[in-house]
Design a protein around this ligand. Structure first.
Ligand code: ADP
Ligand code: TYD
Length: 212
């Protein structure tokens, strides 16, 4: 298996609004691929390496207005760079399947779109400091109020973004669908309003198709 990232592994990202079932499906997919004999690294953003996990606490906890969108962009990019250096690139070079719960498309949405139009800065910083995209991005698409109800039922301290409310999630949903058109070579849209098993068999089929 050789991918467009020039590595031997496969880099899959999961995207979508809060509560759309990404973490649940990422876990199920990792287990299924492991059972099928694949070497899998299940990881997430922000986080996925010790340094990036420290940055995660800074960006996900506290008041919604704790950081400006620009400062957030720098923090998320710093976390991603560390994650890429320490976790993602070594795993791909070793031929592993990397399943990443959120990646740069989340920055394009949450920092690029949520508070003014910062997309050009997001893209410039991405080109400068990250410079790679997943081989495959699964977009878990669903109605935001249902997603937010699911997310809120988890009741964790990491609620800074969920606290921006359903209006933001509506904007994010539309934005993600637009990104799926923009990057149609790597995006696949999955209907995430179904039960867990139905979504899982759909997701597994789409990833398996890239693993032959
Ligand atoms: P995300 O990572 O996208 O925020 P999660 O996987 O954490 O979403 O799911 C959010 C909540 O919804 C969790 O409590 C999870 O158990 C539940 N959940 C996940 N998928 C479904 C589904 N298809 N139907 C109903 N509830 C779900
Ligand atoms: P996550 O833990 O995936 O939340 P959820 O499980 O609710 O989807 O991500 C936490 C939050 O971080 C989420 O609201 C989106 C936000 N985020 C950004 O704003 N920019 C980014 O680059 C990333 C990766 C996440």
């Amino acid at each position: 298996m050789t991918t467009k990232n020039g590595a031997k592994g496969l880099f899959v990202s999961f995207e979508g609004i809060d509560g759309s079932g990404k973490s649940t499906q990422a876990r199920l997919l990792a287990e299924a691929l492991q059972k099928a004999g694949r070497d899998v690294v299940l990881t997430r953003e922000p986080g996925g390496s010790p340094g990036a996990e420290e940055i995660r606490a800074l960006v996900l906890q506290g008041d919604p207005d704790r950081w400006s969108a620009e400062t957030e962009l720098l923090l998320f990019t710093a976390a991603r760079r560390d994650h890429l250096e320490r976790t993602i690139r070594p795993a791909l070079a070793a031929g592993k399947v990397v399943i990443c719960d959120r990646f740069a498309d989340s920055t394009r949405m949450y920092q690029g779109l949520s508070r003014g139009d910062l997309r050009a800065k997001v893209d410039a910083l991405h080109d400068l400091m990250i410079g790679m995209e997943p081989d495959l991005t699964l977009l878990f698409d669903m109605d935001p109020s249902a997603g937010l109800a699911r997310a809120k039922s988890r009741a964790t301290v990491e609620e800074r973004f969920e606290d921006f409310g359903v209006g933001l999630q509506e904007k994010m949903r539309a934005g993600f669908l637009a990104l799926a058109d923009e990057f149609s070579d790597r995006f696949e849209v999955i209907d995430a309003a179904r039960d867990i098993d139905a979504i899982f068999s759909d997701a597994l089929a789409r990833v398996s198709a890239r693993l032959t």
